[in-house]
Structure formats: structure tokens, C-alpha cells
Design a protein around this ligand. Sequence first.
Ligand code: ZN
Length: 145
Amino acid sequence: MPITMPIRAVTLSPHCAWAIVTGHKPEEHRLRRIHHRGALLIHAGCKAPDPFLADGTPVPPNLPRGVILGVAELMDCVERERGFAWIMTNPRRFVSPITCPGNLGLWVPREMTVSCARCYAAQPVDALTEPFTCQRCGRTNSAVL
Ligand SMILES: [Zn+2]
């Protein structure tokens, strides 16, 4: 399913962003309810990551920060004892993280580019889950792993 623009993004701690795009963490616990449904870009903020997830899973060293790491589908938001759980499915990690500043709440990235997997030329993307043709080398790439 292609992702259409405008798309929303959320900035999380680098270890939380990594856990979501790699499927380690299907829920994000927040104080606020969220009404958005569908594709949500997962941005890793600039804070130092924790070395372990809450369940004890070790976090890889040198996680990228200040980048959009990937995308997930926000399916539901359910009330929990303290706050809300954002239920996310179908996480996908980008072939190359997209460098951009983060923000508070849900935000809309202005313009996104990914790198061609073969020649590393920056390519504009508007449908992240569909293959794109590189404007420099002409090969077909996918933005997501
Ligand atoms: Zn290329």
C-alpha cells in the first residue's frame, strides 16, 4: 500500500524509534490520546539512547539520531492505566535514514529524500513503500527494507 502525502511523523527517543521500526515494540505509551490513523513516520530524536529496552532487550550501540528511521501503521489508540497505548503494526525500516530535525507532537515533514541503494544519489520520495527509479543511475530502488 503506498503512503500518500502529507504524512505525519513523531519524534521518539532513539532507542524507542529503533524498537518500533524493528518490530521489538508494537506499542508506544504516551500521556495523550492520538486520533491519527495510518502511516506514521518514526523519527529518532537527539537524546542519548538507553542501552536496554524496558523488557531487557539490548539496544545496538551508535543508533542514528536526528533522523527518520522508518514507518509504521498506527492502527488504534487504547486507554491504559496511565495514559494511552498507540498500537502500531507493519513497521518498516528505511534503507537509508532521512536526516531532518524533529518536533513535538505530530508533525509533517516538509520534503523527504532517500538515497539510492546503488549509487547513493539523493532521491525525492512521495510514496515510500513503492519502488522508485533513481534519477542518476536509472535503477529501481525501494525506500524501505
Ligand atoms: Zn542510483
